[in-house]
Ligand binder design. Structure first.
Ligand code: SAH
Length: 463
């Protein structure tokens, strides 16, 4: 029987899907953060959890060759990064191992992991950041990240994943809040004005958007706040006030008012120009996004005469990039702000062979299948929850020859691939692109082909 606070020494057997180390103790599994496979460690039991026990690391008795000292001062507490104690090479190994273990679990799919493309300089890559505020015991305002599963803000000055200027802006906002007596929002009491600040940074354009998420419509110090902020940081090209009065952990509310500038930023991606507004999705790692899109389009080996669907298209980035290589593109996306951006972006880039539709991807696919429309290629890039049965079954009816499945959650991608396989799609390889260095997340791409009857015949004969 394992007790709380008990000290246990042992060797980490493996890392689980969330990169927690697993130490086997008799029949029990003990989960520890920030360790590596095969490391000998001393841990202290924190509590019983459903899967076993959680424990905190007390000492590393034998360290892995891949262990490095995390450069970040709040790494232990923060929880936003999980792999900063692992060298660049070690992180790559870890991400390949993670994809391999998912492929092994789905062994009927017979998928081979090709590689995980990693960044040379895996820091300061995030182009979007969300910061919360709180008061410490002395009443001083602190800016920081929300601790996992709690309402606590972990105070910070610098984040190694953010562009430095964005952290400077946050520190200045804290100063302005103090000077102008602006209260941070208290989630328990549901009082206070500033809930969050969201910053978007154009990696190429260097334009900056600041979104102030407030707990009410009225922002008394609005004019002075905007004037001081933009005077100090002229790099800020737009400021948006977003109102969120709901009891929710969702950051943005529905209502918005542009306080300064055009209400969007511009950025360039894959040689194209994009307008990005506050609520639209935009890949958070610019450099790796270009790697991802190029790899995806290469895998499709497009001929130029195809009609393609870009499902879950966001502001139309990959569809517009693909439009150069095909006859026409249809983009579908649920978020109406993103679709507005996408339409503007097509005009901005003078792309004539693309159109965008605001709809649920599954419903849209169903409608297309009912009308027996023609599609040669489908690109899908759904959110973490993956795609849906209705989307995949309707896609199967439309029978496109090729499908490119981009995912930010390989686990749900594997689930969906099972369904694609049932509908006769074949695929051999999964490619990883590390869009989120220092965290356990990986983006993955699989290119699927539909076998025609002739191919099936050949395969049958080969067997
Ligand atoms: N392909 C884009 C966006 C990918 S993120 C890019 O590379 O930037 C996933 C997108 O799916 C988000 O824009 C989200 O708003 C959208 N989305 C989520 N659920 C959806 C649904 N049911 N139907 C259509 N789009 C959806």
């Amino acid at each position: 029987m394992i007790r709380n606070n008990q000290i246990i020494t042992g060797t980490i057997s493996y890392l689980d899907e969330a990169s927690n180390g697993v130490l086997l103790h008799g029949k029990d599994r003990i989960f520890v953060r920030h360790v590596l496979e095969k490391e000998k460690v001393k841990v202290q039991i924190v509590k019983k959890i459903k899967e076993g026990y959680s424990a905190k690391l007390i000492d590393i008795i034998e360290a892995s060759k891949n262990r490095v000292k995390p450069e970040c001062g709040i790494y232990e507490k923060c929880g936003s990064c999980q792999l900063m104690h692992i060298s660049k090479e070690g992180q790559k190994e870890r991400k390949i191992a993670h994809l391999k273990s998912l492929c092994k679990k789905a062994k009927n799919l017979n998928l081979k992991v090709v590689d995980v493309d990693t960044m040379q300089e895996p820091y300061h890559y995030r182009n979007k950041m969300i910061i919360g505020f709180q008061k410490d015991r002395k009443g001083q305002i602190q800016a920081g990240f929300y601790e996992e599963f709690t309402h606590n803000v972990i105070p910070y000055n610098r984040c190694l994943l953010h562009p430095t200027i964005c952290d400077d802006i946050i520190q200045f906002i804290v100063q302005l809040m103090k000077k102008m007596h602006i209260e941070p929002y208290d989630e328990d009491k549901r009082r206070g004005l500033f809930r969050h600040v969201l910053i978007r940074y154009g990696m190429v354009s260097k334009e900056i958007m600041v979104v102030l998420v407030l707990n009410q419509q009225v922002f008394p110090a609005r004019k002075a706040f905007v004037s001081e902020l933009t005077k100090r940081y002229p790099q800020i090209t737009t400021i948006v006030q977003n109102v969120n009065t709901r009891k929710t952990s969702v950051v943005l509310g529905d209502q918005e008012r542009v306080l300064y500038g055009p209400g969007f930023i511009n950025d360039a991606l894959c040689g194209l120009q994009f307008h990005i507004s506050s609520k639209s999705f935009y890949q958070i790692n610019h450099e790796q996004c270009e790697v991802l899109y190029k790899k995806g389009i290469d895998l499709l080996k497009l001929k130029g005469n195809e009609t393609i669907l870009d499902a879950y298209c966001g502001i139309g980035t990959i569809g517009m990039y693909a439009s150069k290589f095909v006859k026409q593109v249809i983009g579908v996306e649920l978020n109406k702000d993103a679709i507005e951006d996408a339409k503007k972006n097509a005009k901005l880039n003078n792309i004539k062979n693309i159109r965008f539709i605001c709809d649920d991807a599954g419903k849209f696919m169903q409608k297309m299948a009912n009308k027996k429309e023609h599609l040669d290629v489908v690109i899908l890039d759904p959110p973490r929850a993956g795609s849906s049965e209705v989307f995949i079954s309707s896609l199967a009816k439309l029978n496109p020859k090729k499908v490119l499945y981009i995912s930010c959650n390989p686990q749900t991608q594997m689930r969906d691939l099972q369904l694609f396989a049932k509908y006769g799609y074949r695929f051999k390889e999964i490619h990883g692109v590390d869009m989120f260095p220092n965290t356990f997340h990986t983006e993955s791409i699989v290119c699927l082909f539909k076998e025609n009857d002739k191919c099936k015949e050949i395969r049958r004969k080969q067997k």
